[in-house]
Design a protein around this ligand. Structure first.
Ligand code: GDP
Length: 445
């Protein structure tokens, strides 16, 4: 899986991480090579482009962290972006198969590996989760397909719905539902018929089955070797039938892997499993972190940078706390706090976490302040001189006007910022005396 992409990328990053200092051009050249490698692996163009753009932005905004090289930092950023591309906003978690008997609908083109995947999944649910599983083939056009599922079932020790000649797929689905309920099954998996291409009849049949079965999960099986086509097939199936997850098969081959990388970003659907061979246990849950690690092959560097970042954040927190306890809280500190707030889900999220700040959080909510306010406040602080940031009380009316104008904002907003700074400084001082600050800061970093 991903071998050629992985080889290409490790070549690029080996060169990058060996350099002590990096110019913007070095990073650009490296990212250009990453982009080409992604495209050659058949990652869709917009996905590759967005990924590179995100990396570029993050790399240029990143301050240099001691104890790791800039190249190592770039590797970490690429890793994080890969994870993001692979899983979108989050891990989809386990299959939703509570409330027995839970129906799972398997859809996909003929030859994608649907029947094999049905059996692999059934085996997995039985072996790993102790589920009682029933499988049913709805492929009335191909008796051989029905028999194939029966044979696989016997091999893995999972029941299949007895074959009754002359039934249509909807009737089989209904019978499976009854049999699953009567037989005390936890899960029943419906293996629908496939076609070589998506056509109206295939879709109509799958939709009719979906309507009677009301599946908890509709898993689309696609052949990972088909690259961009796999992504197109997924988009179409999702539009017409609605899928909850994707299984990419044949990821054991020397496929270029691009389908895996584009799938989530293009379709918005999570990859749930990957098929890694013909054997019935050759299936793996899809974990974005693990796959990104495999693609980059640089797990050591990623954890090194993570550790360095954690140490630095802890150092920073410690230093800040000492300053606050002494009643020192200037605009630089304020800016750091605002940055942190943005990272932690905005004003409300963070203030709610700090003892004694619940009331302030409520005020924030009522005043309609949101993240754009935080960003504007950061812009105002950025427009101040170093001396002003250290001693905001020095700000005269004329300078206030200049600062507000410099960040395209009103003096009123600057005054609000100054007031908020003063209140926070007071609060920090009070909290510092009571030892509450230490606790509050612990929650923040
Ligand atoms: P269906 O028509 O979609 O039901 O496809 P099948 O399940 O019959 O699979 C077609 C062929 O692909 C069979 O020979 C399977 O053994 C093979 N196959 C399925 N999944 C994988 C996989 O993950 N890796 C490999 N190498 N072969 C697979």
């Amino acid at each position: 899986m991903f071998e050629s992409l992985s080889d290409r990328l490790s070549g690029v990053f080996d060169r990058l991480t060996k350099q002590g200092a990096l110019s913007e051009d070095d990073v650009k050249t490296a990212l250009r090579e990453v982009r080409i490698a992604l495209l050659e692996a058949d990652v869709s163009l917009p996905v590759a482009r967005d990924l590179i753009k995100a990396v570029q932005e993050k790399a240029s905004g990143q301050s240099v962290t001691k104890s790791v090289t800039p190249g190592q930092q770039v590797v970490k950023i690429v890793h994080d972006e890969l994870v993001h591309v692979l899983q979108g906003d989050g891990d989809p978690g386990a299959l939703k198969i509570d409330n027995p008997p839970a129906p799972i609908l398997m859809v996909g083109l003929q030859g994608s590996g649907k029947t094999t995947t049905t059996a692999k999944l059934a085996k997995r649910l039985k072996d790993r989760e102790g589920k009682k599983v029933l499988m049913a083939s709805l492929d009335v056009n191909r008796p051989a397909a029905m028999e194939q599922l029966q044979i696989l079932g016997a091999q893995i020790g999972v029941d299949t719905l007895p074959i009754v000649k002359g039934e249509d797929p909807v009737q089989i689905a209904k019978r499976a539902k009854t049999a699953a309920a009567m037989g005390g099954y936890d899960v029943y998996i419906l293996d629908t018929a496939g076609r070589l291409h998506i056509d109206a009849e295939l879709i109509a049949q799958a939709a009719a089955v979906r309507d009677v079965a009301q599946p908890r999960e509709t898993l689309l099986v696609v052949d990972g070797l088909t690259g961009q086509d796999a992504v197109n097939v997924a988009t179409e199936f999702d539009d017409k039938i609605g899928v909850t997850g994707v299984v990419l098969t044949r990821m054991d081959g020397d496929g270029r892997g691009g389908a895996a990388l584009s799938m989530r970003a293009v379709t918005g659907k999570p990859i749930r499993f990957v098929g890694l061979g013909e054997k019935l246990d050759a299936i793996e849950e899809f974990h974005a972190e693990r796959v990104a690690g495999r693609i980059l092959g640089m797990g050591d560097i990623v954890s090194l940078v993570e550790k360095a970042q954690q140490t630095i954040e802890a150092d920073q927190a410690e230093r800040m706390m000492k300053r606050f306890q002494k009643g020192r809280f200037n605009m630089n500190d304020m800016r750091m706090q605002l940055d942190q707030m943005l990272k932690m889900g905005g004003m409300e999220g963070m203030m709610g976490m700090m003892p004694g700040m619940k009331k302030a959080a409520k005020q924030v909510e009522e005043s309609g302040m949101d993240d754009s306010v935080l960003k504007r406040q950061i812009a105002l602080i950025n427009s101040m001189t170093k001396t002003e940031r250290a001693n905001p009380q020095l700000l005269q009316a004329s300078r206030k006007k200049r600062i507000a104008a410099g960040s395209g904002l009103e003096v009123r907003e600057l005054n609000q910022l100054i007031k908020m700074h003063r209140q926070m400084a007071d609060m920090m001082k009070k909290m510092g005396k009571g030892g509450m600050l230490k606790q509050a800061m612990k929650g923040m970093f």
